[in-house]
Structures are given as structure tokens and as C-alpha cells.
Design a protein around this ligand. Structure first.
Ligand code: MCA
Ligand code: AMP
Length: 506
């Protein structure tokens, strides 16, 4: 099935072997879908995409709510030879405009409710075609799909062809599109399926968004490749997940999932029959790891990844899952700790993590200079994460060399928020920092120097950012100061600000 298409062949193999097996139960509606039925829908979607003009190599950009139809769109894009480009559903029209202009997709798919707002944005970006897809099965693309029959002639794609582009924000300047090949996604998902022992007997609680690596390429691809099933939540829902656990075997989540679930009554009993809890995308506090073990008897398995690299390391399935560490490099992945020149450091020393393997991306979309900057000549990718490897081989991430905030598993680059704040009337300058937050891990905080006599309030700043930045990037608190602390070079001392505001959410 789809044998000439590298990634689709890997993803559809289990469906060919057991088409009747359950793939997904939609928790919102109770609807159940087998692996075979999924791929029939995917073929119809692929046919609709081809009719909409999608040719091999064309980008298919989508900003829509999580749904089975969006999964069909992802897989249908692969069958049609296209490149899937999902966008966070929280992005504002202005943010979407940037991605469309940069990626020049052949088709942009959005939620019917946002069509009026996004149609002018897509037109301005020169996008040839706009179709809509609603979580409730509505929209022009849903109609087009309904008019097609299964039995699509899959487009041949090799391992090095692109399967997806996912944007990741940059420490400086514009967001970069990470180009992900069939080889990178296929090899990493297969490795993870086997490392974490996913089989056709697994039932995964799928409550992550499907516009990022974690929910799309880790959770979804593994379930497909294992021939297993998932309980598909439209979004995170703590009580719903507790209720689902007795019917499930595994959960994948960001640390916020685990801290929120710990506050739920009945967790210990619900978790009894579960096989595996996996955490990633942001640091899991050792304290949360221990509290989880105390409440459920399970040791959370923490792993470490990046959009550019997929998953790099994982704690072991058997053996000690060490709290506060991200485990060992995955099979086939090489990881080293280096100084700024790329020279490898001895065991126990802290440096920048560099990785190499079939999991790596193919570069940043139309940014060869930026790609070259982040790659060593010997093929290692410079992650920008700071870490060390201990004598037992466990990798620990101790911080970030890049100025990045991870809030509830979502990345926020301070520079982007600072630029938006600095552009507001009445603002002299600003510094945006991440501050420890009991629910989100880190929360975005802005420290603003107002123009003399400007009379600005935090609410004014929030209101002014509303249509510029996605909600999760907006500061949870704004502080006003007469000036920012600077070192002798004139650089803002963010560490002093982080210290000063460290207790904001305590
Ligand atoms: C929602 N809000 C947020 C966040 N999410 N603010 C800051 N950070 C966030 N992550 C805003 C909402 O707009 C809302 O604003 C308010 O906070 C409260 O929303 P709430 O209902 O509590 O949010 P939620 O819907 O429960 O979402 C929280 C969440 C969610 C469950 C943590 O953000 C989530 O699913 N995060 C996972 C993201 C993810 O998949 N990351 C993986 C990236 P207001 O009420 O003021 O309007 S892939 C990756 O990182 C690499 C590759 C890897 O290793 O995996
Ligand atoms: P993204 O750019 O969304 O792909 O996020 C990737 C970044 O998330 C990495 O570079 C790390 O800084 C961070 N990250 C992912 N998993 C972990 C983890 N288990 N512990 C600490 N940081 C993590």
C-alpha cells in the first residue's frame, strides 16, 4: 500500500495488515474509525488536493482546529506528494500572513470561522487557493473530499523528499521553516515505536495539538506505525483524561499535563492499568517526576526533542528512568557536548548539545546561510541547548544557550515580543523574560520602560498586543521600570531581571 511513497508506506503498513483494527475514538463525538477507514478518507482527501491543483513539492498550509479531517489532510498531503505545513491555531492573522508569504503554499486551508479574516491575508501573500476545513466536518475542503472516491494513485516520493515544514521562531529575526524529509520523520517514528514498545495493543491518550512535532509526528505517527489506537481529545482536558485512563495504555504530554493531572482526584486508581507515561517538549521538574511516582506508582519516561531534529534522547523503557534527566541518545542518534568551537568536552562538563543522525532536518526553508550557521562541517546540528552527559551516559539539560521561553510546552522567543512592545506608542524599550510558573513551567513576563509621562498601564500593553501576537506569547504580567539593568557592554542583564521577578507567580 502506497509503497512508492517512503513515509506513507511506513505509516500505512499496519493498516494494510489489519484494516479493521481501531485507529481512533473521537472523545468529543464518540465516533470510532478503523485504520482502513482512515486511509480511505486520506485517499479521498488526496484526490481533493490534487483537484485543487496540488502538485509534488507544493506546500499545503493549514490553520485549523484539531480534528480527524486535519489528520486526513496531513496524510493526504503526503499521498499527493505535497509538503504539510501546519500552523498553531492561536496565531493571529498578522502572524499567519508572515508564514504564508514565506512558504508560498499552493493551498491554504483554514477554519470556516476564520475565512473572512484570513482571505485578505492569503491574497496579499499571493496564495493561489484558499479552502476551509472545520472540526465539525464543515468547509469547502470537506465538501471537495466528500465528492471524491477512495483509490488515489499515490505520488512516488523518496526518503529525501520533503514531507513537512514546521516553523520554529528564531532568537533573532524571522521564524524559520524547518524542512523535514520523509527519511527524518519515518526513521524517528519507527525508532520511537520500538524503543517505547508500542504495539497494536496500545491505546494512546492523544490530547496534544497536531500542529507541532510532539502531537503530530510523535503521537500520531507512532500510533499509525504500531497499528494501535488513540483516544483523540480536541484539547487537553484533565478530568477527561483521568476518565479515559482505564481504557488506555499510554499518555504523551508536556510537563503541564502532568502537574495538572496531579491535582485531579482519582489519579492513582485511574492510572493503575496504564503502561507508559511520556513527557517532553519542556523540562519536567524532578519534583513532578517523584510526585507522579508517589501518586501512581509509575515512573514518567522523559525524552528530549526539537522541531529540527525530532526526538534525540529518551530515558530507557527498562532500567532506571532518572528524574531530571532526558536519558540516552536514541538508537542511530549521536549526541555530543561541545564548547563554542565545536570541540567535544569530557564527561560531566557542561556545554552545547550537538546531534547527528537520520532524524535531522534538511535545513531551514530558503535560509541556506542560517542552516550553515547551525551545522558543523561533520554533520552535527548545534541545538542551542546546554547540557552534560554523566558517567552512566544519562543526558541532562541544564539550560538554554538561546534566549527562549517555553510556556506550557510552547516556545516564545523574547525578541519577537520585545519588538511588538517596543513598537507601541509610549514605550521606550522592553525586556521579556521567562519566570517560573507553577502551571506553565515558565510564563512570559515583560519589563517595560515607558516614555516619560506616557501613563501606560499593563492592560494598555495587553490590549495593544491582542491582534499582533498569539495569546500564548502575550505577557502574563507587565512591570514598569525607569530603566533596564545593563552590563558595561550595554547589554540588558536578563539574569538580574529573572532574579528580581522570580517570585511573581510563587
Ligand atoms: C494556552 N494559553 C497559554 C498556553 N496555552 N498561555 C501560555 N502558554 C501556553 N502554553 C492561554 C490561553 O490562550 C488562555 O488565555 C489561557 O492561557 C488559559 O488557557 P487554558 O485553557 O488553561 O489553556 P489550555 O487550553 O489548557 O492549554 C494549556 C496547555 C496547552 C494544555 C499547556 O498549551 C498545550 O496543549 N500545550 C502543548 C503544546 C505542545 O504540543 N508543545 C509541543 C511542541 P486567556 O484565557 O487569557 O484567553 S513540539 C516541541 O516542543 C519539541 C519538538 C518536543 O520536544 O516535543
Ligand atoms: P521546539 O523549538 O518547539 O522544537 O522546542 C525544542 C526545545 O524544547 C529544545 O531545544 C529544548 O530547549 C526544549 N525541550 C524539549 N524537550 C525537552 C526536555 N525533555 N527537557 C528540557 N527541554 C526540552
Amino acid at each position: 500500500m502506497h509503497s512508492e511513497n517512503h513515509l506513507a508506506a511506513l505509516l500505512a503498513r499496519a493498516a494494510a495488515e489489519a484494516p479493521e483494527a481501531l485507529f481512533l475514538e473521537d472523545v468529543a463525538t464518540g465516533a470510532r474509525l478503523s485504520h482502513g477507514a482512515l486511509w480511505q478518507g486520506v485517499e479521498r482527501m488526496a484526490a481533493a488536493l490534487r483537484r485543487a491543483g496540488i502538485r509534488p513539492g507544493d506546500r499545503v498550509a493549514v490553520q485549523a482546529e484539531k480534528s480527524v479531517a486535519m489528520l486526513e489532510l496531513y496524510l493526504g498531503t503526503l499521498l499527493a506528494g505535497g509538503v504539510f505545513l501546519p500552523l498553531n491555531s492561536a496565531y493571529t492573522a498578522a502572524e499567519v500572513g508572515y508564514f504564508l508569504g514565506d512558504a508560498t503554499p499552493g493551498l491554504f486551508v483554514c477554519d470556516p470561522a476564520r475565512e473572512t479574516a484570513l482571505e485578505p491575508v492569503a491574497r496579499k501573500a499571493g496564495v493561489a487557493r484558499l479552502l476551509t476545513l472545520g472540526a465539525d466536518g464543515q468547509g469547502s475542503l470537506a465538501q471537495a473530499r466528500a465528492a471524491e472516491a477512495p483509490g488515489f494513485a499515490t505520488v512516488a516520493r523518496g526518503p529525501e523528499d520533503l514531507a513537512a515544514i514546521l516553523y520554529t521562531s528564531g532568537t533573532t529575526g524571522r521564524s524559520k521553516g524547518a524542512m523535514l524529509s520523509h527519511r527524518a520523520l519515518g526513521s524517528n517514528s519507527l525508532t520511537l515505536r520500538d524503543y517505547w514498545r508500542f504495539t497494536a495493543r496500545d491505546v494512546l491518550i492523544h490530547a496534544l495539538p497536531i500542529y507541532h512535532t510532539h502531537g503530530l509526528f510523535v503521537a500520531t505517527n507512532i500510533t499509525l506505525m504500531a497499528g494501535g489506537a488513540c483516544l483523540f481529545f480536541p484539547k487537553f482536558d484533565a478530568a477527561g483524561i483521568i476518565a479515559a485512563m482505564p481504557r488506555a495504555t499510554a499518555l504523551m504530554g508536556v510537563p503541564t499535563f502532568y502537574t495538572r493531572l496531579l491535582a485531579q482526584p482519582g489519579l492513582g486508581r485511574a492510572a493503575r492499568g496504564m503502561r507508559l507515561f511520556i513527557s517532553g517538549s519542556a523540562p519536567l521538574l524532578a519534583e513532578t517526576h517523584r510526585a507522579w511516582t508517589a501518586a501512581t506508582g509509575h515512573h514518567i519516561l522523559e525524552r528530549y526533542g526539537m522541531t529540527e531534529t525530532n526526538m534525540n534522547t529518551s530515558n530507557p523503557y527498562d532500567g532506571e528512568r532518572r528524574a531530571g534527566t532526558v536519558g540516552f541518545p536514541l538508537p542511530g542518534v549521536e549526541l555530543r557536548v561541545c564548547n563554542g568551537d565545536g570541540a567535544e568536552l569530557p564527561v560531566g562538563e557542561i556545554g552545547t548539545l550537538e546531534v547527528r543522525g537520520p532524524n535531522l532536518f534538511s535545513g531551514y526553508w530558503q535560509m541556506p546561510g542560517k542552516t550553515a550557521e547551525d551545522m558543523r562541517p561533520d554533520g552535527f546540528f548545534i541545538t542551542g541547548d546546554l547540557g552534560m552527559i554523566d558517567r552512566d551516559g544519562y543526558v541532562t539539560i541544564v539550560g538554554r544557550g538561546k534566549d527562549l521561553i517555553i510556556s506550557g510546552g510552547l516556545n516564545v522567543y523574547p525578541k519577537e515580543v520585545e519588538e511588538a512592545i517596543d513598537a507601541l506608542p509610549g514605550v521606550t524599550e522592553s525586556a521579556v523574560i521567562g519566570v517560573a510558573h507553577p502551571d506553565l513551567g515558565e510564563a512570559v513576563v515583560a519589563v517595560v520602560v515607558p516614555d516619560p509621562g506616557a501613563g501606560l498601564s499593563g492592560d494598555d500593553i495587553q490590549a495593544a498586543l491582542a491582534d499582533r501576537l498569539a495569546r500564548f506569547k502575550q505577557p502574563k504580567r507587565v512591570f514598569f521600570v525607569p530603566e533596564l539593568p545593563r552590563n558595561t557592554m550595554g547589554k540588558v542583564q536578563k539574569n538580574r531581571l529573572r532574579d528580581a521577578y522570580s517570585k511573581t507567580f510563587a
